[in-house]
Design a binder for this molecule. Structure first.
Ligand code: NAP
Ligand code: MG
Length: 489
């Protein structure tokens, strides 16, 4: 079932029929094979086989669902903070009880490794638990003024539209809906057309946990239909978008007409900076994970490796066996470190970056069926090369030498993006200088971690606008109201 509305005749039969063997996917279709009009055939990227069919929400159905969410907002915002917190905790507990089921569904729909998919389902649980602590703590301030009492309130916005890409269907959905619901908003959620299954299931689990109908409504369908309905409908007061910079800028322009609030998490081309004084063995051993995790379909992928010249050759010598040992196999296997790409069309786009490029070495991957691509290391002959500049969103990494700290920072910043990055050095002073110098929203020193649900996440420059997660994201789902009460007799 797609919608949380029990009397929604249009959306109530969206349960994904699972007919594993039903037909194969057109290998040249990048957008999920669409069978009958208005139906998405969901494809397992590891096999190319259709695993489910999902009806697409029409524009009229999306508008009706938003209207219902707007009505539900009237009562959801009035739910006592402790009761709202309890419902979110119960939702977290129900997700926890279904981690394995959700993970297996994600493996089949997205080709994520089972280990990653378990983490992703667990992340939804954790984010719900974390923001379940918020309703009773969403306090305003009392500000001293003469002649009265001045207080502020963090008011919810209304309906929030969450638009999710195909690369991390579960966590990115949760990063939007958990704080939005905790702050007293209702949510309409559009999963990516290629990967709707876990979002649909999360919508069902919300109802099972006792969230009232229409508080969280999952509306699968096309971006140009459902996503645009979110942008156009005046009852949607905020859009929380994760996806490409191209679509993000269109959404921003659409939101401008209504001064609609907006959070954007967009692309990246993050640098992995390896200085000569680094623990080179660790830097090389971890570099494959930093870019090939999720088959490189990760906005935080460290897809540009910059190595200080004296250790450049040695780093490549250490990197080669690490790349060759990276296990690319059936993502349902516990040993898998990388699965396939999301679609045949995306694989074509990824492999186009190899044309004319200098390949240093590659790992291995299964033969078809499925949309496999071997981990690939390219040598950048200059920072002008296309594979060095553009987000590839696949298991391809480019390596370039640098001479000194200033050049490293300048090269790291020579991109329109600014999402993440890693800095490998034993010199604390340098670590801090470089971390302050690189224009990215998330950096890690001697590590590749980017995401912890209790710390802020987001991009600088064309990587995005606003921050998700952490203590402050909650406020991005509220407006501050200032109230003055005269006390003069
Ligand atoms: P996308 O094409 O931008 O799509 C993202 C979402 O927006 C999908 O649900 C899509 O629906 C929807 N959409 C498409 N056109 C729309 C429109 N006109 N109005 C409203 N919504 C619309 O991105 P993608 O192809 O799914 O994901 C790949 C890109 O996302 C990557 O290039 C990467 O840069 C970026 N990304 C960034 C982050 C981050 O956190 N910064 C995370 C993941 C991905 P359909 O599914 O129907 O197209
Ligand atoms: Mg797209």
């Amino acid at each position: 079932m797609v919608s949380n509305d029990s009397d929604d005749s249009a959306g109530s039969d969206n349960s994904a029929g699972s007919d594993d063997s039903a037909g194969s996917h057109d290998p040249d279709d990048s957008a999920g094979a669409v069978g009958a009009v208005g139906v998405t055939q969901v494809v397992n990227p590891a096999t190319g086989l259709v695993v489910a069919t999902v009806p697409q929400t029409t524009a009229a159905e999306a508008e009706a669902a938003i209207d219902r969410a707007a009505r539900a907002y009237g009562s959801w915002r009035e739910v006592a903070p402790g009761d709202r917190a309890r419902l979110l905790r119960r939702f977290a507990a129900v997700v926890d009880a279904h981690v394995e089921e959700l993970a297996e569904l994600e493996v089949r729909n997205s080709g994520h490794t089972i280990g990653n998919a378990r983490w992703e389902a667990g992340n939804v649980r954790d984010v719900l638990d974390y923001y379940a602590g918020a309703p009773e703590r969403l306090t305003g301030r009392q500000i001293p003024v003469p002649g009265g009492l001045n207080v502020t309130f963090h008011e919810p916005l209304g309906v929030v539209g969450v638009i999710v890409p195909w690369n991390f269907p579960m966590p990115i959905a949760g990063w939007g809906f958990a704080p939005a619901l905790a702050a007293g908003n209702t949510v309409v959620l559009k999963p990516a057309e290629l990967t709707p299954l876990t979002a649909i299931r999360l919508g069902e689990l919300a109802l099972e946990a006792g969230l009232p109908p229409d508080v969280l409504t999952v509306l699968p369908g096309r971006g140009s239909v459902v996503g645009e309905a979110f942008v156009a409908h005046p009852a949607v007061r905020k859009i929380c978008f994760t996806g490409s910079t191209e679509v993000g800028t269109r959404i921003m322009a659409g939101c401008a007409a209504q001064v609609k609030r907006l959070t954007l998490e967009l692309g990246g081309k993050s640098a992995n900076l390896v200085f000569a004084d680094a623990d080179l063995a660790r830097a090389a051993a971890t570099a494959p994970y930093a870019v090939f995790d999720n088959a490189g379909q990760d906005c935080c992928a460290r897809s540009r490796i910059l190595v200080q010249r004296p250790v450049y050759d040695r780093f490549l010598e250490l990197l080669e066996p690490a790349v060759q040992a990276f296990r690319v196999e059936d993502p349902a296997l516990e040993t898998a470190e990388m699965g396939p790409l999301i679609s045949a069309g995306h694989r074509k786009s990824v492999s186009s970056y190899l044309d004319g490029a200098e390949v240093a070495f590659t790992g291995s991957c299964p033969e078809g069926p499925g949309f496999w691509h071997a981990p690939t290391v390219l040598l950048a002959r200059s920072p002008a090369e296309r594979h060095w500049r553009e987000e590839i969103f696949g298991p391809v990494v480019s390596v370039l030498p640098f001479d000194d700290e200033a050049e490293a920072v300048a090269l790291a910043n020579d991109t329109e993006y600014g999402l993440s990055g890693s800095i490998w050095t034993q010199d604390v002073g340098r670590a801090i200088r470089v971390a302050r110098g690189v224009e990215s929203g998330n950096l890690s020193v001697n590590s590749h971690s980017s995401v912890r649900y209790w710390t802020p996440f987001g991009g600088m420059k064309r990587s995005g606008l606003g921050r998700e997660l952490g203590p402050d994201a909650l406020h991005a789902f509220t407006d501050v109201k200032n109230v003055f009460l005269a006390t003069d007799a």
